[in-house]
Design a protein around this ligand. Structure first.
Ligand SMILES: [Zn+2]
Length: 382
């Protein structure tokens, strides 16, 4: 098939350049919390995308965390938003401790898989469209690169939602689901809460009747929290941290718990949020305070997002002889925000590999051509 081979062949020509750029970008540390490092990274990507013919790069500055980039290509009426992030979970100095290297057709280094290779695949997908004169005139492609995804996108969320609201669809460059390299069409939403319990302290031996144990109260509340789970609907809760008390002979005045919530639907997000916020004390004279809330809305499958996946699947099958699958995950990404805005979203379009957030993290070089060409064909056809 001529289209297939022309894109694959062209990306093969780019591959040495792509790997060089990957090495350069992986060897620049970009821990989410470091403004200095993420601004360096923004400089690097800004130069890269400005160099692509017709590219306009807007830099959205932030006083505390790294600046964000919005890279625009084309002026057509159909808007495609591509979302990536250049922050990583790795601390400063990680890149000099274990710099980029290639072994057995795998590329290693901090953030190589999550997601510096994915961003470069998107860059070369656009480049192949430009270089072959096939950038679709009726489209405008916007690549949004954020700097705080690994923190939950606290300073990027608004920008992502604004850009999504101006787009017809969103493609997200997070890694696919391995081992089959499936695209992600469903993600759970997540919430985080903190429960603070105040009791009354007293001597456990002398006058226990005067005390109200915050720990005793918390034990009741933990049971009630877990009872909010509904596994059939995909709703789970985890009390991941508990603290409280100062000694076994003291009735605890204070206790607290941190809670993680995962939901598969907006309806469940609403139900759990309402019920958590409505909890009442079980013990007389103890007091509860709950803070936090739902952080990311679930990425639910819609008719439109299903059609988008089907298109990717058909391209993969007909042109690349690859059986592309879809998968659901409990992990969250910026795709939760675009989908939460009601925009058809396809996630997992980044680099194939494994071991995100682990020193074993790698990218499969033999998959780069296919993933890049698939993204280019998707931009052309969606
Ligand atoms: Zn990521």
């Amino acid at each position: 098939m001529p289209q297939q081979s022309s894109f694959l062949n062209q990306v093969e020509v780019y591959l040495p350049e792509l790997l060089n750029l990957l090495k350069e970008s992986v060897n620049i540390d970009s821990p989410s919390a470091s403004k200095i490092q993420n601004d360096r990274m923004a400089d690097w990507y800004s130069k890269l995308f400005t160099g692509l013919i017709g590219g306009k790069v807007h830099r959205i500055e932030h006083p505390e965390l790294g600046d964000k980039l919005v890279c625009e290509f084309g002026t057509g009426p159909k808007h495609i938003l591509i979302v990536g992030h250049y922050d990583t979970v790795w601390p400063l100095g990680e890149a000099s401790r274990r710099p980029f290297y290639i072994k057995d057709q795998k590329a290693y280094g901090p953030g190589v898989y999550d997601m510096k290779a994915g961003i470069l695949q998107a860059f070369f997908a656009l480049k192949v469209l430009k270089d072959t004169g096939r950038f679709p005139e009726e489209k405008k492609v916007v690549i949004l690169l954020n700097s705080d995804e690994e923190l939950g996108s606290p300073t990027s969320r608004e920008l992502i939602e604004t850009m999504a609201s101006q787009s017809d669809l969103a493609l997200v460059l997070e890694p696919p689901m391995e081992p089959q390299g499936a695209l992600k069409t469903v993600r759970k939403g997540s919430g985080r809460y903190k429960l603070i319990v105040k009791g009354i302290s007293a001597h456990a031996g002398v006058n226990p009747e005067k005390g109200v144990s915050a720990i005793h109260e918390l034990a009741f509340q933990i049971q009630k929290l877990y009872a909010l789970a509904d596994t059939a609907k995909g709703t789970t809760l985890n009390v991941g941290i508990v603290k409280g008390g100062i000694g076994s002979n003291v009735i605890a005045e204070y206790a607290e718990a941190e809670i993680d919530v995962r939901v598969a639907s907006a309806e469940e997000a609403q139900r759990v949020d309402t019920q958590i916020k409505a909890i009442r004390p079980c013990l007389n004279k103890s007091e509860l305070k709950i803070t936090g809330g739902m952080i990311r809305p679930p990425m639910e499958k819609t008719k439109e997002s299903a059609a988008l996946f089907k298109l990717a699947q058909e391209i993969a099958r007909d042109e690349f002889d690859f059986g592309l699958e879809e998968a659901a995950t409990g992990g969250v990404s910026d795709g939760n925000f675009t989908a939460g805005m009601g925009i058809p979203t396809l996630d997992g379009l980044g680099a194939s590999g494994d071991h995100a957030h682990s020193p074993l993290e790698y990218v499969r070089i033999d998959q780069i051509q296919f993933r890049t060409a698939l993204l280019a064909r998707l931009i052309e056809n969606c």
